[in-house]
Design a protein. Structure first.
Length: 595
């Protein structure tokens, strides 16, 4: 049995900037003004090349996995794909005989497990369409424990999840649980559990249909139990995903939701499995690991690597200081001291993502170029000083060590210093990923070339280098949006950013309000930041966000008193440690607030 390739099946999800109207779930916000210029600046990481997809052939059930847990000997807490860090057992949860024992009472978990964010972060591709799979044996029905999870995909940065949830809304029935029930409907006809101690196979697929819509299908023992379509399609990014077993979603305590069950195996696929593929997974059944000599090493792994079962878990035939049992868990070659051939011993490549020193580099022992910047990990010495192409001084866990938007590898190749952010000098125009001037011949075009052309909606017009936007009260009658029907955003992932606009108000709050000078939103679901007028304070600008999660009123701010004046508005978003964000507002070059 061959372990799935951890680098298999890349997927991307796209962003779309929305100009004016701040189209939420309703056409409910407007602004009457002329928009002269809009710009979007970002700080980005170097892009990572996508590995080639696997050859097409009969579906075996192990393709397209981005998470896979068997709980078997030698891999009790390990994700076989290598994308997630090892599990952390919580409360009275335990692993024995290839099963994760989960416990709870009522809606409180007493034993559960979560991928341990202290050991690292999710390293796989962005997750959009997906399939969750679990084999489970219930040890109690919902009069014992309920509202718990067989498997949940959640975000680390905030509670936002999908999961296979038991008995939360209907007694003894399975459902797709989601944050705020935003993607949840009861499966019909569904399936009610009436007995314990039976092995059950569960699968839920999530198919993105476009326009924020999602088709969700449920299966039990290979048979469909229901399907529905819903809004609020969502995604999980590289570095911002974690998996729970037993607990419904993120919590520091034992709640929310308890499950009294044995979990035999769990899988996360990066695409929608068809009904026939779900049946194939069910028919093939569990992966059972055989360790006939009880040395902690799977027989198939020993014979594949050594040709016999003579080795044991404590052995170290390649002399790299990593015993066989850890080579198995880390998916490294027990016959080679440097599995990936990058010049670093497997022992020092600790896969934490953080460089400590030459004996703890934090790099991946299976990938010669962990950060995909074009430089082998062995030459990236993290001293902060560039010496030569064989001693670059760069961080092997960061593709752009000096933060100048040029990958370390490209700087070495071009003869610039990858440790000096001023070499080569960065022009402000280099940071643009969206730029609209509305000038003749380019009225609807993004000058940065990253977004598709604008689509004018309602009575919006472009004339004399200005976009004319209209509305009354909180209803837009003229607005514009980048047209996702003709293309998608092609730029880098957007994290730190600055939104900039030049606007001339044609009406104050009495005419129109709650509208946007510029909004950046997701295509896959409503998740936005924007420069918003007069939503919470009369005639004042603010940073609007989905559910006001990133919104505070600027202090001191500024109140607009007149129309017909050209005004520049800018809002910057700087990511800090621990999931924190610094938001700063400017009007005509002067800071009006920060939080």
């Amino acid at each position: 049995m061959k372990t799935p390739d951890p680098n298999h099946t890349p997927q991307r999800f796209t962003l779309s900037a929305r100009l004016s109207a701040r189209e939420r779930c309703f056409r409910g916000a407007s602004l009457a003004r002329r928009l002269a210029i809009a710009s979007l600046f970002v700080t980005l990481a170097a892009s990572i090349p996508s590995p080639a997809s696997a050859a097409v052939g009969p579906f075996t059930g192990l393709e397209d996995l981005v998470g896979h847990w068997t709980f078997e000997s030698g891999e009790e807490l390990m994700d076989r794909t290598g994308n997630f860090p090892d599990l952390r057992l919580k409360g009275d949860a335990m692993v024995a005989e290839g099963k994760l024992d989960l416990n709870g009472s009522g809606t409180t978990a007493s034993g559960w497990a979560v991928t341990d964010s202290d050991l690292g972060s999710y390293r796989g591709p962005a997750i959009t369409s997906k399939t969750l799979v679990a084999w489970i044996t219930l040890q109690g029905l919902d009069d014992i424990a309920k509202a718990g999870s067989a498997i949940t995909l959640d975000r680390v940065s905030g509670d936002h999840f999908d999961g296979i949830i038991y008995a939360e809304r209907q007694a003894n029935r399975w459902m797709n649980g989601s944050s705020g029930f935003g993607r949840t409907a009861d499966f019909s006809p569904g399936a009610e559990e009436s007995a314990t101690d039976q092995l059950i196979h569960l699968a839920i697929t999530y198919e993105h249909l476009g326009g924020g819509q999602l088709r969700i299908s449920g299966y039990r023992n290979g048979d469909p139990i229901g399907q529905y379509e819903t809004g609020n399609a969502s995604s999980w990014n590289t570095g911002d995903a974690e998996v729970f077993f037993g607990l419904r979603h993120g919590s520091l305590g034992g709640g929310p939701g308890g499950l009294d069950a044995l979990l035999h195996e769990a899988r996360l696929y990066s695409r929608v499995l068809s009904a026939s593929e779900v049946r194939t997974v069910f028919d093939k059944g569990l992966i059972v690991v055989v360790d006939s000599d009880s040395d902690g090493l799977r027989d198939d792994w020993e014979t594949e690597n050594f040709g016999d079962l003579a080795q044991n878990g404590a052995g170290d035939p390649d002399g790299d200081g990593v015993p066989n049992i850890d080579e198995l868990r880390r998916r490294t070659d027990p016959k080679k001291s440097d599995t990936d051939g990058d010049g670093l011993s497997d022992r020092v490549e600790t896969e934490t993502g953080v460089y400590v020193d030459a004996t703890n580099t934090g790099t991946n022992p299976r990938i010669a170029d962990t950060d995909r910047d074009g430089l082998n990990d062995g030459v990236e010495t993290n001293t902060g000083t560039f010496v030569s192409a064989t001693n670059t001084g760069t961080d092997p866990n960061r593709p752009d060590s000096d933060g100048d938007r040029r990958s370390d590898g490209s700087e070495v190749a071009d003869g610039t210093d990858p440790t000096d952010p001023k070499d080569p000098p960065t022009r402000l125009s280099d940071l643009l990923v969206g730029h609209w001037t509305f000038e003749a011949g380019q009225e609807l075009v993004d000058q940065a070339g990253k977004f598709p052309n604008l689509l004018l909606k309602g009575n919006a017009t472009v004339a004399n280098g200005k976009l004319d936007l209209n509305g009354a009260d909180r209803t837009a009658s003229g607005w514009a949006v980048t047209d996702s029907g003709t293309g998608s955003y092609s730029g880098p992932p957007i994290t730190d950013k600055t939104l900039v606009t030049w606007v001339t108000l044609e009406g104050l709050e009495g005419a129109a309000r709650h509208g946007s000078a510029m909004t950046l939103d997701r295509v896959s679901g409503d998740h936005f930041d924007g420069i918003i007028f007069a939503e919470r304070q009369r005639n004042r600008w603010m940073s609007g966000s989905s559910g006001h999660r990133r919104t505070q009123d600027f202090d001191a701010g500024v109140e607009e008193m007149t129309t017909g004046q050209l005004t520049q508005i800018a809002v910057s978003y700087q990511h800090l440690e621990g999931g924190r964000l610094r938001v700063t507002g400017y009007r005509n070059g002067q800071q009006v607030g920060q939080y």
